[in-house]
Design a protein around this ligand. Structure first.
Ligand code: GTP
Ligand code: MG
Length: 342
């Protein structure tokens, strides 16, 4: 069976071109069967399909014959045959038993915040195979949580860590190795050993941010990646896609980005932590004039949402807002020089 790589040209990471945009729109998780393997597809037809953006079986399988015929400039009978082949060969996924799902859930690990009240709120810690969103106003402590979890992740499993490597996508230039050093010392760890396991990349724009997930996929093969942090998930998207007219496009890209992140987490039995801002809009339900940005796309993608607030005396409040299996609730903790503490 042919294994084809769909990306032919490697690109400089920080350039944002329309070509790159095309890539972002059409790129899919790795495939093991290429479109050349479809019945009735020779090199010329394959080229037509690729030019029309159909470089992957699932994209073809979901088309109607008339649509595919029109978009790829094929005869309808040919299109119909190609679609039928794609439906058979595409990895559509399927139903699995509850028992199989339970087996998968048993692989879930928990990363401790090393703060009892936070771990309790989360039923023992931050779960792998999940996407956790931490949102709150500026200065509420989102980046502090990212730093702390990065440090904790290097701890052995017996001490609440995941004994794993960390990828940190920094969009706001707020990653501070000095802060990691303080927090590592706070846990009695060797700061250099901790820093050597945290792999940081600055994302210059949203397209670059998206490409960095590919880079994580590539680099993670020989590693024990257990935590992927995107701090902040939404700032570039917000800055670049301004106004109603851009909203649909923004949400589409964000959705795709989140799916890629989640998939990378699942493959590695890792946790994804993303931070998010709030926009000020009075909200009767929470009695707090803030709500996370990112809309439904992000709301649906996050397995857990934690809302951070500052409280009196330098304390912080974390509220668990959305969880598939835990009650909503709140906890109080502190940010100290050594890191997060009860
Ligand atoms: P934005 O990214 O601006 O939206 O904010 P954020 O939510 O990421 O806030 P961040 O995590 O950067 O929190 C900053 C706050 O953490 C500071 O205002 C301090 O209150 C606290 N903090 C950071 N470092 C230290 C430290 O070394 N000691 C103490 N006590 N507090 C710290
Ligand atoms: Mg921050």
């Amino acid at each position: 069976m042919a294994t084809k790589s769909k990306r032919t040209a490697s690109k400089t990471k920080n350039e944002s071109t329309s070509e790159e945009d095309d890539l972002l729109m059409t790129e899919e998780p790795e495939v093991t069967v290429s479109i050349e393997d479809l019945p009735g597809v020779g090199p010329a037809t394959a080229e037509k399909l690729r030019e029309a953006g159909f470089d992957e079986l699932l994209a073809i399988a979901v088309m109607s014959p008339s649509e595919l015929a029109e978009q790829a400039e094929l005869g309808e009978a040919v299109a119909s045959k190609i679609i039928a082949g794609a439906k058979k060969m595409a990895n559509i996924g399927g139903f699995v038993s509850g028992g199989a799902l339970l087996d998968r859930r048993r692989e879930v690990l928990k990363l401790s915040a090393k703060v009892q009240s936070i771990d309790d709120l989360l039923g023992g810690g931050f779960e792998t195979q999940a996407l956790v969103e931490v949102y709150g106003a500026f200065g509420s402590g989102k980046t502090q949580i990212g730093h702390q979890l990065a440090v904790n992740c290097t701890l052995p499993v017996s001490e609440g860590g995941l004994d794993g490597d960390i990828f940190y996508i920094d969009t706001e230039d707020t990653f501070r190795p000095e802060r990691i050093t303080q927090m590592a010392r706070g846990l009695g760890l060797d700061p250099d050993a901790v820093l050597s396991r945290i792999h940081v990349a600055r994302a210059y724009n949203s397209a670059h941010q998206i490409l960095l997930v590919d880079e994580i996929k590539r680099l993670s093969r020989g590693m024990n990646v257990k935590l992927i942090i995107v701090d902040s998930l939404t700032s570039h998207f917000r800055a670049e896609y301004v106004g109603r007219g851009m909203l649909a496009q923004r949400q589409q890209k964000l959705n795709r980005h989140l799916k890629e992140l989640k998939q990378t987490a699942d493959v590695n039995n890792a946790l994804v932590l993303v931070t998010n801002q709030v926009h000020s809009k009075p909200d009767a339900m929470w009695g707090d004039p803030t709500k996370p940005v990112g809309g439904h796309v992000l709301a649906h993608a996050s397995t857990f949402r934690l809302y951070l607030r500052k409280a009196k005396g330098g304390r912080r409040i974390a509220r668990l807002v959305d969880s598939p299996n835990l009650p909503d609730g709140e906890c109080i903790y502190q940010v100290t020089e050594e890191g997060l503490r009860d």
